[in-house]
Ligand binder design. Structure first.
Ligand SMILES: *Cc1c(COP(=O)(O)O)cnc(C)c1O
Length: 422
């Protein structure tokens, strides 16, 4: 798929300046899918999926924040999940088929996927989350739905959840279930994650072909991969700052050329980024002519020079993340949450060490709403972040109990076989 990335002309990218988000989205998505979905249907899908704002704010000097947290689950994962859900449902309707989405979440994916696919008639969702590493609200986004959504809390880490999912996918005895992935490696989620790069770029540039810097809070690297695809499509991007928390496998790899997963992953306050071996690394390697396998062993070295030119990566400690939240509030009287704070902190390091690029505009993505992390924010700045309406609704709902305790793969397999015996 990735070797067929379409290219946009400079004129097309320039024309985005006069379009709204929906029109930019339709333009970009239709480049990928051609006419396999009618224009009218695509319009309907995009309108319905992206029915929320994507605000952009100038914070100071040439530094902007783009807010990707205004969807129903208040995380940037709503973009990918909501488009993917509607496109899948459309094709299943055409083919009169049914499938089961099986996915692991480090916090926000599960909620976004569960909410996006809720009540879709041809799709069931089974989602696994690390019980002790996500917030109450993140859990409730999955466990309060019922209907076609089944959520498992796992004693373990995100990587354990992902292992269970991967094992199920390769299990021949589960073939009849028609399993499909909605993880961030799914191409149907990556394309929608290019859209806000085009959008935010088009809002801030003042001349054609102006280059900008993006600071991307990164965990499983789906967001960054979306940006890299946008760049390949022709968007003038000077550099990506890949901002990670204490799970520093990627910046270490960029620096040394040696890849070592962080195992077990480190538990940081930016919990949706606690990933010790990101699945989208395979995509990124692919984009740069390399290959890395699921175990994290490099089979073909990517073009390191090009990779280092395009991406700089910083690991931000929890201490620095907290300082960033406090300083941001003191300076700008606005609240950022831990994931956005990792991005902002990384941008400051970049700015301090590259003063010659100070005239290049930057966009940092805020990837979640601060009210999803109230304990941390209250502790740091003494303010209770106001909760958006969609989250208030979820918070008040009762939860469905864990369908079954899963301590090893066979428990999970038994459940799937029982649930899906027809
Ligand atoms: C998932 C997530 C991230 C990390 O995005 P990746 O695409 O996995 O790199 C950052 N912030 C929030 C709030 C998230 O939910």
């Amino acid at each position: 798929m990735l070797n067929k990335i379409p290219r946009l002309t400079d004129d097309t990218i320039d024309s985005f300046k006069n379009m709204d988000f929906i029109d930019i989205a339709i333009n970009v998505i239709s480049k990928f899918i051609g006419n396999i979905i009618s224009g009218e249907k695509l319009q309907q899908i995009v309108n319905d999926a992206l029915n929320f704002k994507v605000p952009l704010e100038k914070i100071a000097n040439n530094n902007y924040i783009c807010y990707l947290d205004r969807g129903p689950t208040c995380s940037f994962k709503d973009f990918g999940a909501r488009i993917l859900a509607r496109i899948m449902e459309h094709f299943l309707e055409v083919d009169k088929k049914k499938i089961t989405i099986l996915t692991a979440t480090s916090g926000d994916t599960g909620g976004a996927v569960a909410q996006a696919f809720y009540k879709m008639s041809r799709i069931k969702v089974v989602v696994l989350y690390p019980k002790n590493e996500i917030s109450n609200l993140q859990r409730k986004q999955m466990t309060t739905l019922g209907e076609n959504i089944i959520a498992f809390g796992i004693e373990g880490k995100f990587d354990d959840c992902q292992k269970l999912v991967k094992t199920a996918f390769s299990d021949k005895e589960l073939k009849h279930i028609n399993l499909s992935s909605a993880n961030s490696i799914n191409f149907g989620r990556l394309v929608p994650q290019t859209l806000y790069y085009f959008w935010s770029y088009s809002r801030i540039v003042s001349k054609n072909n102006e280059k900008v810097i993006f600071s991307v809070p990164s965990g499983n690297f789906g967001n960054l991969t979306g940006g890299l695809i946008a760049k390949k499509m022709g968007l003038p991007i000077k550099r990506f700052i890949s901002a990670v928390n204490e799970n520093n496998e990627f910046p270490t790899f960029l620096r040394t050329g040696v890849y070592t997963k962080v195992e077990p992953s480190i538990n940081c306050i930016s919990n949706a980024m606690n990933v010790g071996h990101p699945s989208n690394l395979a995509r990124i390697f692919d984009l740069y002519g390399g290959q890395i396998d699921e175990r994290g062993i490099i089979q073909r070295v990517p073009n390191m020079e090009e990779l280092r030119n395009d991406i700089i990566s910083y690991s931000i400690s929890d201490e620095t993340t907290k300082d960033a939240i406090v300083n941001f509030y003191n300076k700008h009287k606005k609240i950022i949450e831990p994931h956005g704070a990792v991005g902002w902190a990384a941008l400051q390091i970049y700015r301090n060490s590259n003063p010659k690029n100070n005239d290049v505009k930057s966009i940092t993505f805020e990837t979640a709403d601060p009210s999803k992390f109230p304990e941390e924010i209250i502790k740091l700045i003494g303010i209770i972040p106001e909760m958006p309406h969609s989250l208030k609704l979820i918070q008040g709902k009762p939860e469905f109990p864990n369908p079954k305790e899963i301590s090893e793969y066979t428990d999970f397999k038994e459940f799937l076989l029982e649930e899906f015996q027809d």
